[in-house]
Design a protein around this ligand. Structure first.
Ligand SMILES: Cc1ncc(COP(=O)(O)O)c(C=O)c1O
Length: 462
């Protein structure tokens, strides 16, 4: 950040990209909003270093970040945790290598598996049936997966989940390392954990080898700005650097990188106090929510994540989300048939929490009993083709009801709980089609498939 400001103090006339020339030429309204910020949107000029071969300001900023986040080495990511997940998997896996991954893995991990041509073996997170969402991964489940797959290179785990549920990473790290494997953590939703003792321990503090964090999600960095943290002797750093070059732009945004540096500084100087304020307000607010009839709040490990089940009011989460927006001007993070999810952060306090609780208290019972079917575990599918082959092979579109016996060419991911039901290469069964039909009629949304309504699916052409 300082390097950019020092450069601006010299009042340079820019004869380099970007073409808007330090904000001067930014178009119309965008220019009006961004004119000052546009001055920071620079490129690799003397003094501003190079993300892909850092030896000055970016190297120093990454070192400061490593210290602040408890890592040995930190890499700035300008394409989100998505880039971090791709790079982690591609660093650890050669084609054909086995990696143990949770069934509730993020799409970017699946894409990492495809690019690395790795062979995923799935383990199962718990399901919090009352809220219909994925829960923590029991250490015993990791121990089982590791025992049954001794040739696996690594275990990748998502912790915390989107809903703020954290697994016991220290225990899991012990099991994974004992088996001679690496522990990779998709910690996209845990960038704030290092800065307050009431939050779960970070992946780095728990002994993970690599962890990726979306600094833009829960801290003050701009959207897409994320970090990859590394420690210990198990990660081949040369290979990692090469993979990062493969998945990241050669024109990294200085605005995004400056925002990572500024977010780090903000947390070091004010993080504890700001999180204290937010956590105190969140704890008080949760207490008030518990007293509201018809609402249930998930007891998450991250108290700043409020998953609120609203079906006791006779409305769905989707209804509540719409009402909160249209009638109370509250924009929540997401909704599903059961719940709404509100994300609080270090930037929130009593005022925001009070407004949200007041709005939630006004969600009047609809008067009719809502029947949302309870969560049931999906049938398991058999992989008949490697994931990366199935991703590549020509596909055809078939009506969903005719897909039994065919090999999926795409993912089918219901929200909630965000755990893929079908992955490319898996053989669709009649049981699975019936299961999908049930979810569809319960109003559950799907992602990953070409036809979001799921009237049709993509299968491998035979
Ligand atoms: C668990 C998880 N991992 C990774 C990502 C990707 O993060 P980003 O948006 O920073 O690329 C997300 C995004 O929502 C996520 O929920």
């Amino acid at each position: 950040m300082h390097a950019i400001l020092s450069h601006l103090q010299t009042s340079p006339t820019a004869f380099h990209v970007p073409g808007h020339k330090m904000g001067r030429g930014l178009p119309g309204e965008l220019g009006a909003w961004l004119s000052a910020a546009g001055r920071l949107d620079l490129t690799e000029i003397p003094g501003l270093d190079d993300l892909h071969a850092p030896e000055g300001a970016i190297r120093d900023a990454q070192r400061l970040a490593a210290e602040a986040f408890g890592a040995e080495e930190t890499f700035f990511l300008i394409n989100g945790s998505t880039a971090g997940n791709l790079a982690m998997v591609m660093t650890v896996c050669q084609p054909g290598d086995i990696i143990l991954v949770p069934r509730n893995l993020h799409k970017s991990v699946i894409h990492g598996l495809v690019l690395a041509q790795a062979r995923p073996v799935f383990y199962q997170p718990e399901v919090v049936a009352e809220f219909g969402i994925a829960g923590r991964v029991p250490a015993a489940e990791i121990a089982r997966a590791v025992r049954e797959n001794p040739q696996a290179k690594a275990v990748l785990i998502t912790s915390p989940t989107y809903h703020g549920i954290a697994s016991d990473l220290a225990l899991i790290a012990g099991i994974v390392h004992e088996a001679g494997m690496l522990l990779l953590v998709d910690e996209a939703h845990g960038a704030h954990f290092a800065f307050h003792e009431q939050l779960p321990p970070t992946a780095m503090a728990s002994g993970a080898d690599m962890a990726v964090q979306s600094t833009h999600k829960l801290l003050g960095a701009l959207t897409q700005a994320s970090m990859l943290h590394v420690q210990g002797p198990r990660v081949d750093r040369v290979r990692l650097r090469k993979r990062l070059q493969l998945v990241q732009s050669t024109s990294p945004s200085y605005l995004l990188m400056a925002s990572l540096d500024a977010a780090r500084y903000q947390m070091e100087t004010e993080g504890q106090a700001r999180l204290e304020k937010a956590l105190r307000a969140a704890a008080d607010g949760r207490q008030q929510l518990l007293e509201l009839p018809g609402l249930q709040v998930l007891p998450a490990d991250d108290l700043l994540k409020w998953t609120i089940r609203v079906t006791g009011l006779g409305i769905t989460g989707t209804d509540a989300y719409r009402i909160l927006h249209e009638e109370h001007k509250m924009m929540l993070e997401l909704s599903d048939p059961y719940n709404v999810l509100a994300v609080l952060s270090y930037a929130d306090g009593e005022r925001q929490v009070d407004r949200l609780v007041t709005a939630l208290a006004k969600l009047a019972p609809s008067g009719h009993q809502l029947t949302v079917s309870a969560y049931t575990a999906p049938p398991k599918l058999r992989a008949v083709l490697p994931l990366h082959d199935a991703f590549d092979l020509p596909s055809v579109t078939v009506p969903l009801r005719e897909a039994a016996g065919k090999v999926a060419a795409e993912m089918v991911i219901p929200y909630p709980p965000g755990i893929p039901l079908v992955l490319p290469g898996e053989e669709m069964t009649r049981d699975m089609l019936e299961y999908i039909e049930q979810l569809r009629s319960a109003g559950i949304r799907f992602s990953g498939a070409e036809d979001a309504a799921l009237n049709t699916v993509q299968v491998i052409r035979q």
